[in-house]
Unconditional design. Structure first.
Length: 134
């Protein structure tokens, strides 16, 4: 697992000046939404996580999930962000739909199985970063 995770990490990204720093445990999350978000939670034709995230506002982003690391622009979650995770052999993507005291809630496709849209609280140890829509 260490080799898999290290294949996704980009040390330069952690020090990039345009990447927001993660909040501390004592910070409270303030969700500032510039627009209301509606999510299309129906499965996509191919059943994969990338197409599910693409159809929810990220249609201009391409590649396997592990290739989306180049699009990461934040370490701070926001409703409407795409989550890039190291899970699986080619990474995984999900959508942040809520941030609560319980954690970062996401909807995703192909985590439980192909064509299955599911909901969970994020495991942050697999988290690489967030892509906030512009």
């Amino acid at each position: 697992m260490v080799l898999l995770v290290s294949a996704f990490l980009n040390p330069a990204m952690a020090q990039a000046p345009n990447v927001e720093s993660p909040p501390s445990i004592s910070d409270s999350y303030v969700i500032a939404q510039s627009r209301p978000y509606t999510f299309d939670l129906t499965p996509t034709a191919d059943g994969y996580c990338v197409s599910f995230v693409q159809k929810n506002g990220f249609q201009n982003y391409h590649g396997n999930a592990n290739q989306w690391i180049k699009y990461i622009n934040s370490k701070v979650p926001r409703v409407g962000s795409a989550v890039v995770e190291s899970y699986g052999t080619i990474g995984h993507l999900a959508l942040v739909t809520s941030i609560t005291k319980a954690g970062i809630e996401v909807y995703e496709q192909n985590f439980v199985g192909r064509w299955i849209v599911s909901h969970r609280i994020l495991n942050t140890y697999e988290l690489i970063g967030y892509i906030n829509p512009h």
